[in-house]
Write a protein that binds this ligand. Structure first.
Ligand code: PLP
Length: 410
């Protein structure tokens, strides 16, 4: 059976051009970037070219880019680096309630060290409450961290406005752009943030490589102590193969961005319309337009997301019930609860995330599969049966097909 991979928000395939760009660091450029002889200097020159590429895609200066091991490390560095540097003077950390666990669990650990964590409310589309933010910003505020795009529901946050407010009050501003970089244009100067996190494996580079943008003039504590790599701020011998892969992936994503946004957004919108037309009692989660091009997230009443996922897998489809990092837990997603979904509806959610290598045929082929699975699961659900009976008694019409003359269910 042909597999259809529709979980590109969890991770992406490494593209061949990226694998090719990495090869040189396994063979010719194997030297240590810190070594002061030809092999080292050659490796170092590739490292600095990669840094310049990453910087240029983000409209940053190469001196503002630090390579890390992943998006989680960059997120940890932003919050813990700020806390370690200024925590004796300022104690309040403001984040959104729908951040990734890389931010939320970092906040939990900082809370244990005496920091006050404020989690901003979001509206039913997942947009952060700007009034609450304005009211919370004060002299005790150390840092604000709001993600550029949410990993579960795809909502794009007003980070530019948030950064402007922070700048006015001289408060540090970080954004987790792990889901955004590679999918939508990200310009650090235009956003006006002090720090930004990104991760390679969300944009067709390998897992285990990330980057951190730290605006010139902004000082936070080092994350990893040791050798003098990354201008002394993030020790550890540089992972040159993966750094070259990240730079290549970012270069390609940037060159292809306009086309990909058009192509992927049109598949997304066609899929959303088809699901809404074909499957009753469902709800699109996240903002309808202010969302990542490839993100589709639906809740289907009366069923469990986990069961849908397993049956979709049997039919050849890979998708997710929420964040990949949250799977394995039976709690409903904190993001879906934050946008106001009741527990039972949050449990019946599926995230379909379209990537640049998906075709329209692949994407649309999930609709009949989903329709059949949803109906099969609903047919086994006593809650659905009660609901249908109730509707029929109320309306005198079949709620499943809305067609009294030809109904064979009633
Ligand atoms: N932030 C967001 C929004 C993410 O979606 C993820 C990964 O799912 C991360 C951070 C963590 O990135 P990494 O897997 O590179 O540690």
């Amino acid at each position: 059976m042909e597999r259809v991979y529709l979980d590109n928000a969890a991770t992406t395939v490494v593209r061949p051009e990226v694998v090719e760009a990495m090869q040189i660091a396994f063979t010719k450029a194997f030297g240590n970037c810190s070594s002061m002889y030809e092999e080292g200097e050659y490796a170092k020159s590739l490292l600095e070219n990669a840094r310049a590429t990453v910087a240029s895609v983000l409209n940053a200066d190469p001196k503002e880019i630090y390579f890390t091991s992943c998006g989680s490390e960059s997120d940890n560095w932003a919050l813990k680096g700020a806390a370690l540097k200024y925590g004796n003077k300022k104690k309040k950390i403001i984040v959104s309630s729908i951040e990734h666990h890389a931010i939320l669990h970092t906040c939990d650990s900082l809370a244990k060290q005496g920091f006050e964590i404020v989690k901003l409310r979001v509206d039913e589309n997942g947009i952060v409450d700007m009034e609450q933010l304005k009211n919370e910003l004060d002299d005790n505020t150390l840092i604000v961290s709001v993600m550029l795009a949410n990993n579960e529901i795809g909502t794009i946050e007003p980070v530019k406005e948030i950064a402007a407010l922070c700048r006015e009050k001289k408060i540090l501003c970080h954004t987790d752009a792990v889901q955004a970089v590679g999918s939508i244009p990200v310009d650090v100067k235009d956003l006006g943030v002090d720090m930004l996190s990104l991760s390679g494996h969300k944009l067709n580079a390998p897992k285990g490589i990330g980057a951190f943008y730290l605006r010139k003039g902004v000082v936070i504590s080092n994350f990893m102590d040791g050798g003098g790599q990354e201008r002394g701020k993030r020790a550890g011998t540089e992972n040159l193969p993966y750094i070259l892969g990240l730079a290549k992936a970012m270069e390609l994503a940037s060159a292809e961005m306009d086309n990909n946004i058009k192509k992927i957004t049109s598949m997304r919108d066609e899929l959303i319309s088809a699901i809404e037309k074909e499957i009753p009692y469902c709800r699109l989660n996240g903002h309808r337009t202010q969302r990542l091009p490839g993100n589709v997230n639906f809740s289907f009443n009366f069923i469990e997301g986990e069961s849908m996922l397993l049956l979709l897998n049997d039919k050849g489809f890979a998708c997710s019930t929420g964040s990949a990092c949250a799977s394995g837990s039976l709690d409903p997603s904190h993001v879906l609860l934050a946008i106001g979904l009741p527990h039972e509806i949050a449990h019946g959610s599926v995230r379909i995330s379209i990537g640049k290598f998906n075709t329209r045929e692949e994407v649309m082929s999930i609709v009949p599969a989903l329709k059949e699975i949803v109906q099969r699961l609903r047919d086994m659900s006593p809650i659905y049966e009660d609901f249908i009976k109730g509707r029929e008694m109320q309306q005198g019409t079949c709620a499943r097909c809305n067609d009294d003359d030809n109904c064979n269910i009633k």
